[in-house]
Design a protein around this ligand. Sequence first.
Ligand SMILES: [Zn+2]
Length: 287
Amino acid sequence: MDELSIAMKAREFIAKCGPLPLPVSVDAYAAQIGGVVKQEALQENEDAWSVRLPNGKYRICVNCDHNSRRQRFSVCHEVAHDVLGIPADHTSPSWSFSRRPSGEIACDVFAAELLLPYKLFKPQVDAADLNFAAISTLADDFDASLIATGSRFATFSRELCAFVLSEGGKVRYCSRSTSLRDARGYVRSGMDLPSDSASARARAGIASSGPEEAEPAQWFEDWERDGALYEDVRHLDCWDQTLTLLWFEDEDLPPPPAERKRWEEERYGLHELDGVLPWPGKSKRRR
Ligand SMILES: [Zn+2]
């Protein structure tokens, strides 16, 4: 099942649940499949588990030690297992992006759609300013994590925009708007944060005073076009995670050469997912 069909299934499911006030009720999603949500003490990196009981009820247990936004995502993820008919494979930790089984990634895609429904989220993205303050407000409104919200924000933005997640000063993940993909703006996974960028400074403990101009060639591979690039950043010190929003002010970029996309995919094979990110694991924590 590809990402688009999973998103479509999630949107069908949301439609069945009726009108959704914000933030969406994950209990209402669970109730739609006869689910009951319980909070339990689970292992530190275990998000949740679920089981269909003989009486027909679907019992969802989430980790009571996780913050409420993470629990909300976990409930949606467990609903996804049932709706998509994908058995759980929670043996590999959820924070390990590269080792995550495809069925688990599918459930994350579904969960992101439930938590930040396209119909409600997209109009707000279109109306929002391009900066982290706007993303933070949206995260509060949708009661979702800053990372999930920022990632989906970039994906749905009409502007040339990217959301970059870095851990330990290295880029781990990047989601891009359609227009930035079309313009072949590509941030390489694994690269170091540009040393004199606002992101690197934020990681070094120097507070950012808001969006500032950035150097496109330092962020984007083989970027040779004009247009002013802006950068806004949030650093989460407890996980050593740096969240960077990048956007171009100039919307009228010339089209790139046709072979560029193929080159990019062959070289990197990056599988981008919107709003689907691993939770940080204990081993990633700065000590
Ligand atoms: Zn799962």
